[in-house]
Design a protein around this ligand. Structure first.
Ligand SMILES: Nc1ncnc2c1ncn2[C@@H]1O[C@H](COP(=O)(O)OP(=O)(O)OP(=O)(O)O)[C@@H](O)[C@H]1O
Ligand SMILES: [Mg+2]
Length: 88
């Protein structure tokens, strides 16, 4: 499972998409702004970057696991307690 490098624990949400697994070479990059495997002019590559940014604001973690051609599964972990450091 590839970690978006967060440190979450506590509340956990999982979502799985079928038949669209990503190659392992793509996984470390999918949270990067403007990284997209959609065609030119189709994806902005910002969806996951923005989602990851929001999760990190709450001191959480976003992880992805993928089997090419079978599934991609995302997991969001959020701390149950409000972190001491909260940015505006
Ligand atoms: N639900 C998903 N299932 C499988 N792969 C995904 C999923 N969401 C994103 N990805 C992979 O991660 C890449 C980056 O996702 P991201 O949401 O940042 O941009 P995008 O989906 O390509 O563009 P946009 O969000 O603007 O439509 C995608 O191009 C795709 O390869
Ligand atoms: Mg997207």
């Amino acid at each position: 499972m590839q970690d978006g490098a967060g440190r979450g624990r506590g509340w956990c949400s999982r979502s799985k998409t079928t038949a669209s697994g990503s190659p392992s070479t793509d996984l470390p990059r999918i949270f990067d702004p403007f990284f997209t495997t959609k065609g030119r002019g189709k994806g902005t590559g910002l969806g996951l970057a923005i989602s990851y940014g929001i999760v990190r604001e709450y001191d959480g973690a976003m992880l992805v696991e993928s089997v090419p051609g079978r599934f991609t599964r995302f997991r969001i972990e959020l701390p149950v307690h409000k972190p001491a450091r909260v940015s505006a």
